[in-house]
Design a protein around this ligand. Sequence first.
Ligand code: NAD
Ligand SMILES: O=C(O)C(=O)C[C@@H](O)[C@H](O)[C@H](O)COP(=O)(O)O
Ligand code: ZN
Length: 362
Amino acid sequence: MREVRVELGEKSYSIYIGYGLEGELRSFVQTASFSKKAMVVTDTNVGPLYGAKIQTILREAGLEAAVVTVPAGESSKSLAVAEDLYTKAIELGLDRKSPIFALGGGVVGDLAGFIAATYMRGVPFVQLPTSLLAQVDSSVGGKVAVNHKLGKNLIGAFYQPKAVFMDLELMKTLPKREIYTGLGEIIKYGIIYDREFFAFLEQNQQVVLDLEPEAATHMIARSCEIKAAVVSQDEQEAGLRRILNFGHTMAHAIEKETGYTRYNHGEAVAIGIVGAADISCQLGLIAPADFQRVVQLTENLHLPTKAEGCTVDAMYGDIFHDKKTVAGKVNWVLMDSVGSVVCRNDVPADVVKKAMSARIIQ
Ligand SMILES: NC(=O)c1ccc[n+]([C@@H]2O[C@H](COP(=O)([O-])OP(=O)(O)OC[C@H]3O[C@@H](n4cnc5c(N)ncnc54)[C@H](O)[C@@H]3O)[C@@H](O)[C@H]2O)c1
Ligand SMILES: O=C(O)C(=O)C[C@@H](O)[C@H](O)[C@H](O)COP(=O)(O)O
Ligand SMILES: [Zn+2]
């Protein structure tokens, strides 16, 4: 079992990474000062697989936990579904010390975290991430949100979990496409922070795609270490944390333009990563050979590099709703080598549009 710490003073917490974490979860709950009643939020795919097992572990640890299921998919990250969960929490009699557990992928994590942050102005929150993407990214760092019809994650908060339990056993039921999706965010960490990690992904493609235990443990732990290091320095994205948003300016536009259904988040991020690398190359920040490395790794990890169903004009309009856009200027996170990024808010429109055009299937 590996443990990674997110250091945030009184809000610090541990991420536990390993195969089979029932004992760790039980001991954590037994020593936490929670009320007896709890809610486990899950989705229609994960609930039937793992809901009863988690409920049993929590019961053994002294909690009376109700499992509440939302429809699987991005559409559950909405104020309408959030309202149903508030109703459920009230009906269950949850109080200020009642923990909310997120058992699922990033959709469930972002949604349940948003409920935990706002129900009674904040109740304890525990992440039990079950997708690769949720284990390497969304369950760590405290960004919780729902979507608005005008844009992704526009209603949310920074609200840290009390602990994160990443059981790699759960990856065994994850569809292949969701493994590739998680790899979209994993490539990001190599590009923004760690060129050796990027090279590891290049050199170990098959064991990476197969989630072979040693490779999977390394990928998940290294991703969490990088995310924890960034978040510990800049919890609320005043500066440094923007690097975790590499590739997301175009990704969020693609998700919105395709109705949040055509592409998974990690697939849209993969396309956005290639787009941001293209802008970096056009501006002379990286060499064409580095741009090619990014394209090649993305393709080799079975991720898309172009989107269908989008237009340059619509995508260009969307980027002005990006949370990194301030006073009408888009803060682009761009590469200046493999392993390091810079922020630029003066990228000419023609450069952006050229990069967008290259990412669209006409
Ligand atoms: N808060 C953050 O920092 C952050 C970071 C990255 C992404 N996100 C958000 O996360 C969401 C994407 O997360 P995701 O890719 O996990 O999507 P998801 O939650 O929709 O999960 C993907 C699919 O896999 C299924 N699934 C999950 N675990 C499974 C398992 N163990 N076995 C079988 N099926 C399983 C789910 O039911 C779903 O159908 C997006 O909304 C994105 O915006 C948030
Ligand atoms: O943790 C962060 O910070 C991130 O930006 C991680 C992203 O992978 C994630 O998709 C996040 O939800 C995007 O946040 P947003 O602020 O751009 O909505
Ligand atoms: Zn993301």
